[in-house]
Design a protein around this ligand. Sequence first.
Ligand code: IPD
Ligand code: CA
Length: 264
Amino acid sequence: MLDQSINHRFQAAQVLVRDAGLYALQWFRNLESLHTEKKGPQDWVSEADREVEKMIQKRLKLMFPEDGFFGEESGFQQKDSEGLWVVDPIDGTSCFLKGLPSWCVSMAYVVEKEIEIGLIYAPCTDELFAAHRGNGATLNGRPMRPSKATLLSEGIVGLGYSPKSSIEATQKAFAYLFENGGVYHDIGSAALMIAYVAAGRYLGCYEYQINSWDCLAGICMVRETGGWTNDFLAKDGLHSGNPVLAAAPDIKESMLNLFRAAGH
Ligand code: IPD
Ligand code: CA
């Protein structure tokens, strides 16, 4: 696909991801009237997740009818396209439903196993994280830089857990981090935690098992800032999920050691 047409998508989707976040914010301001259902253990969906995803899908279809769509709430639409939008309408749904601010809209554009575009908008902080492969990554228009730290003891690592993950592996990852002087955050949104690696706020991020819509946009950003991630799309990661590991450049070896300690 031509770089020009990807750039056109990048520009249009930056407007869309922000509009989608502001749309979600309307429900966030009126949580008491929101209809919510449980999808699985510690896994919820609300009218807001579904409506925001519908809005994104509708606008993408109007702008780029040839593109495919894969969303957390509605699955695959139009499978045989060259380019595919992978969308999480609200990442951090458990935070959203409890009135906590760490949630976001996440959109990635994938062409032949390459993540060409990564966009994350966090409405409560009005932060737009944006990456276009080969063209860098920005936070509200300013270039992002990863941490220059060389040791886990110099900062924070995002460590996620959900019932999809192995308890034993996650405990081992925690143990490795603590034994090496590190500390962790789990802010309830993997997409945002990975974006924070690109922005230099976190040294790295790890979760044992995660879905593609939670992490592809963030992975694009980390790579664009010169950071490192695992090959998430290997072995059908798009459909079935995979572990995710992201690191600032000089923390890569330490994060790989944490990954091995967790048994990968
Ligand atoms: C979840 C969040 C959470 C991560 C889970 C995800 P959701 O997504 O990203 O941080 O630990 O694995 O499922 O349910 O809020 O869209
Ligand atoms: Ca999610």
